[in-house]
Design a protein around this ligand. Sequence first.
Ligand code: IMP
Length: 199
Amino acid sequence: MRLARGSRLVVATHNPGKLAEMTALLAPYGIETLSAGALGLPEPEETAEDFEGNARLKACAAARGAGLPALADDSGFCVAALGGAPGVVSARWAGPGRDFSVAMARVEREMGNAADRRAWFISVLCLALPDGRATCFTGRVDGAVSFPPRGTHGFGYDPIFVPEGDRRTFGEMRPEEKEAISHRSRAFRAFAAACLSLP
Ligand code: IMP
């Protein structure tokens, strides 16, 4: 499934931050983006059990609704000692106030002094066509959980995640340093290699 230069693509998100990030990433490939929000498409419930299922659900709903190709993403933070939790419910652990200090405190509480400190971020991007075809690309970054939280950059669980090969948390890295190795940029690079063409 390749998208020709000049194609229009729906970015299946109602989050202005994600829309801006995707629009910037897609611009060099000559892809024009439209947002699901601006098209008035409803936001489907994320009912699948894994990242790929949720990304697929969002991309297929937007592609069908708009009659155009659509791209969706789903991501989260996984802790080995918690059996992969919070995983697909990473955002929900922050509660209705979207307070990630609450979510990070819960990770610390539930991990206790478990010896296994391994953790990873996953990002799945799914490209869907109006005819129902869909293809997904996964990016992952491995590392360890570290308390107390450190750093003021980034968002979500960044202050408690130390990627392999570094001693700093994602929250202590400059945005471009995080993006060079992040789960999201790895998923995007896989998607771009398979589906996009540079001039
Ligand atoms: P969603 O992809 O919008 O469903 O959000 C998934 C949740 O995973 C976010 O709200 C964050 O809590 C967490 N998450 C995903 N990517 C990152 C990241 O790069 N840093 C920190 N937290 C992240």
